[in-house]
Design a protein around this ligand. Structure first.
Ligand code: FAD
Length: 317
């Protein structure tokens, strides 16, 4: 029986939605082989994290104080031990903080092949086929690897699995090595409470480098206020310190899908589109009619945002 192992990620006592996406990817693989999906939960009290994992055929739970928070060394020790005993044909991670640490480290430790940035995967004749997205979406690569293999899957490539079943839970004894960790987690700090979460916003006005300078952002802020929208920025706007990091949209910022996304002076680089292309209604303003943002915008105007903004704000008022 081929087994696909999915190490589950959690933060502050809750399973991360991306792990449910990875369970969907694992279910698809298992469907082609008649194999099983095992969800691996590591936590201070793993039993508290199992309720959303009904898409798995089995849950392996390991509880230990060293696993209360994500700890690369501790997680690596436990997952490597479980893999050596359970012998899965594939281990699926998200392309995430933990996946980026653990995937390559395990591949090296176990001498398994690894394919990263996967957006589609299938099993065929004992080999894994994967499609990967590289360089911020500018390159798509088809790869094959012998099994067993490790894969890191791009967030958003699969939908979240529903907790449809009630899988059995196997509790595993934590390895003794967890009391001899060489690395210590000193402190974790969450963003300041009350800070904005643009991923929840229903309307967003996003400024790009076309806004030119920090002072000019006030005009965009005016439009955002009239629309009842949150103000956001592309990466250069954040890197220049014109808006705080929590307002960055894109690959290295927040993924958003508001009902309205108003892009002002944003070119639409792949790394930006990755964070906003699922918005329900995208309106783009850009002086360059060839700007890639127009490729995903529902409405657009090729004009100077500084000429448009005062008139638009006045009309909307
Ligand atoms: P530009 O590409 O400089 O575009 C400015 C646009 O404004 C141009 O299209 C121009 O025609 C237009 N413009 C100029 N003047 C006016 C005017 N007066 N009126 C109207 N339009 C005007 N980028 C992100 O946004 N988010 C990310 O999370 C992100 N993560 C990244 C991660 C990695 C690993 C890498 C390599 C890059 C990342 N980037 C990210 C950067 C990304 O590649 C682009 O450089 C960035 O998105 C460009 O931002 P921009 O559109 O604001 O600027």
């Amino acid at each position: 029986m081929t087994t696909i192992l999915v190490p589950i990620e959690s933060l502050e006592g809750a399973v991360l939605p991306v792990s449910l996406e990875i369970l969907t990817a694992a279910r698809q693989l298992a469907a082609t082989t008649g194999g099983e999906v095992e969800a691996l939960v590591l936590s201070g009290d793993a039993a508290k994290l199992t309720s959303k994992l009904g898409a798995a055929d089995r849950i392996i739970a390991v509880s230990h104080p060293a696993l209360e928070h994500y700890h690369p060394e501790a997680h690596l020790i436990v997952i490597a031990g479980i893999i050596q005993q359970r012998k899965p044909c594939a281990v699926l991670f998200a392309y995430s903080t933990a996946g980026l640490d653990l995937g390559p480290a395990l591949a090296e430790k176990l001498q398994w092949p690894m394919i990263g940035y996967c957006t589609a995967i299938s099993l065929d004749n004992g080999r894994i086929n994967a499609q990967s997205q590289g360089f911020g979406g500018r390159l798509t690569v088809a790869s094959q690897a012998a099994l067993p293999a490790i894969l890191t899957i791009m967030p958003g490539a699969f939908t979240e699995a529903e907790a449809s079943g009630n899988p059995p839970i196997e509790n595993w004894q934590p390895p003794a090595l967890l009391s001899k960790l060489r690395m210590t987690r000193v402190k974790g700090t969450s963003p300041v409470p009350g800070g904005v979460d643009i991923s929840e916003a229903e309307k967003i006005v996003c400024v790009g480098r076309g806004i030119k300078d920090k002072d000019s952002i006030e005009a965009a802020r005016g439009l955002a206020e009239i629309l009842g929208a949150e103000l956001a920025g592309s990466r250069p706007v954040i890197d220049n310190g014109w808006l705080p990091k929590e307002r960055q949209v894109g690959k290295s910022g927040r993924k958003v899908k508001p009902k309205l996304y108003f892009a002002l002076g944003v070119s639409g680089a792949p790394e930006h589109l990755e964070g906003m292309k699922s918005s329900a209604l995208i309106i783009a303003i850009n002086t360059d009619k060839t700007a890639p943002i127009f490729g995903c915008a529902h409405y657009g105007a090729t004009c100077d945002l500084f000429e448009l903004l005062p008139n638009l704000s006045q009309q909307l008022r």
